[in-house]
Ligand binder design. Structure first.
Ligand code: UDP
Length: 275
């Protein structure tokens, strides 16, 4: 598509969004049987799949770290994911995206719990429409949680950019291609930034406002990520309802017997005190 004449008409963007509005996000957790954790995520027209394996043995062995786990992140774009066929295999861009994505999620993982092991994260982009690294980080973060990797929290990610001289949240393809700036951000639920990149130019004031918009966007994404993870385990609990009820009955009866034992103990000690 050629460069549109205008990106914002009467306060509305080309895809019908307001400047501070995210694209719709759809999340499915636990979609791959062989992976320890997985997630399928749609972010607007982006479609990505994340798979997590580990903690597991490191191969080759000389890559293992004696006191922490090694976190490896591979971002890959399918040949059919973009308009013009992408040559398969790693290239400069995918190596860069893999590196920054690893750095975005790694601080949240308790790597010190798993010395000499590896945690492998794979992100496959099936359909790309700008913001694939942010979609990949959101999916990876959920897949890590689904793999029961101990984490300080989830990482959420979105981009802020500039079109027609105005800041906009979560760029779609035309805004990314022809816009004046693109700034992908990833942050923790506490607002700590784990990824901040910048393409183009922003003034100091714009940068401040862009960070505020990204923070708001990440908060909304965090909510969706959390809901998706809770939903997954609710579903699992419902599927095993009878087992859960049985466990609850056993727990309740155990609690009752503990209570009665405690009463006896109190009586006994009371008796001792009286002596
Ligand atoms: N893109 C493409 N072919 C490529 C790489 C990228 O068509 O080989 C498109 C794709 O839609 C991607 C967008 O360009 O989402 C922006 O790429 P960028 O490097 O800014 O990363 P992203 O915004 O996806 O994180």
């Amino acid at each position: 598509m050629d460069k549109p004449e205008k990106f914002i008409i009467d306060g509305i963007r080309l895809d019908g969004r307001k400047p501070d509005e995210l694209r719709p996000m759809k999340i499915e957790v636990g979609v791959l049987n062989r992976a320890d954790g997985s997630c399928y995520l749609e972010f607007g027209k982006n479609k990505v799949l994340a798979a997590v394996y580990g903690p597991r043995e490191v191969h080759p062995r000389h890559n293992q770290k004696p006191t922490t786990a090694v976190v490896r992140f591979r971002y890959n774009m399918a040949s059919f994911s973009v308009e013009e066929r992408k040559r398969p295999g790693p290239d400069r861009r995918s190596i860069e995206v893999s590196k920054v994505s690893r750095e975005a999620v790694e601080p949240m993982i308790f790597t010190e719990y798993f010395p000499k092991s590896a945690i492998d994260i794979f992100v496959e982009v099936l359909q790309a429409d700008a913001g694939t690294r942010t979609a990949g980080i959101n999916a990876a973060s959920i897949a890590l949680a689904d793999a029961s990797i101990p984490m300080r929290g989830l990482v959420s990610s979105c981009a802020v950019g500039k079109v027609d001289g105005e800041l906009v949240l979560d760029l779609m393809k035309d805004e990314d291609n022809y816009g004046e700036a693109d700034m992908p951000v990833a942050m923790t639920p506490d607002g700590e930034i784990t990824l901040l990149q910048m393409d183009g130019n922003l003034t100091r004031e714009e940068l401040k406002k862009a960070l505020e918009m990204a923070t708001e966007g990440c908060k909304q994404i965090y909510k969706l990520q959390r809901e998706a993870l809770i939903g997954r385990y609710k579903k699992e609990l419902e599927e095993h309802k009878e087992d859960v009820e049985l466990v609850e009955t056993i727990t309740e009866s155990e609690e009752t017997s503990i209570e009665s034992t405690t009463t006896v103990n109190i009586d006994e000690s009371g008796g001792l005190d009286d002596e």
